[in-house]
Design a protein around this ligand. Structure first.
Ligand SMILES: *Cc1c(COP(=O)(O)O)cnc(C)c1O
Length: 230
């Protein structure tokens, strides 16, 4: 990522990220193109997102239900094949909107949310794919299931709530090397027979690829820096 194109050249930045991801896949001995690149478009407007759509990007991540609801129905009408990922915290009173709007939800972390999602999925006859968020660094300010509670939570989702889970998601602590946390998420997923690993952001997606990421969530490397941390 040393030759980053200009902040506003989104197609060039997107291509640089794709290139770096393919290189990371090769380096890690993985199949080129197997890692899903989610372009995190939170805080950016439809006009800013559109160049990425024109460049062929179809997987996008948003962290707020209301913001996604304001931006995406219109873009979806104009571009086929968009897959929308919810990567931010979910309140159970937003479960209906989340199920209606998103194809994949990465942030299931409480039985109450899982139950609200299960109810809405039955009502709407729509089944977004689900990831369980794990608070790998056990940080008090972060959402997610504690590592020691993952096995029990996954079992509850499967056996009591009847929801299938695709994988685990994490946001490692900001000021530490992420590798041990990526390894931990991989271990927890394997132990529970889960294939999906949603991990790796702008600063560390190549490293996440080496630890088995199936989905990386990349925002600022594609769209430029955000006005504030969102
Ligand atoms: C904002 C965000 C990202 C993208 O972060 P960048 O550092 O801009 O790539 C990824 N995952 C989650 C959960 C986020 O909230």
């Amino acid at each position: 990522m040393s030759d980053m194109p200009a902040e506003d050249d989104i197609p060039a930045r997107l291509e640089a990220v794709r290139h770096a991801l393919r290189r990371a896949e090769r380096t890690a001995g993985r199949t080129e193109g197997e890692i899903a690149l989610i372009a995190v478009s939170k805080t950016f407007s439809g006009d800013e997102i559109e160049p990425a759509l024109i460049a062929g990007q179809r997987l996008f991540g948003e962290n707020r239900v209301q913001e996604a609801k304001a931006k995406w129905p219109d873009l979806r009408e104009r571009y086929n094949g968009v897959e929308l990922h919810l990567i931010g915290p979910l309140q159970s009173n937003k479960a209906a909107e989340a199920v209606a709007l998103f194809d994949v939800i990465h942030t299931v972390d409480r039985p109450k949310i899982a139950e609200a999602l299960a109810k809405e999925m039955a009502l709407q006859n729509k089944r977004p794919r689900l990831f369980v968020q794990v608070n790998v660094g056990e940080e008090p300010q972060k959402a997610g299931v504690a590592p020691s509670e993952v096995d029990a939570f996954v079992a509850t989702m499967r056996d009591e709530i009847g929801l299938e889970i695709e994988g685990l998601m994490c946001i490692p602590p900001a000021d530490e090397p992420p590798a041990p946390y990526f390894a931990l998420l991989d271990k927890l997923a394997r132990r529970n027979g889960l294939k999906g690993l949603s991990m790796g952001m702008s600063a560390d997606f190549a490293e996440a690829a080496a630890f088995g990421a199936t989905h990386v969530r990349v925002g600022s490397a594609i769209f430029g820096s955000r006005p504030r941390t969102a």
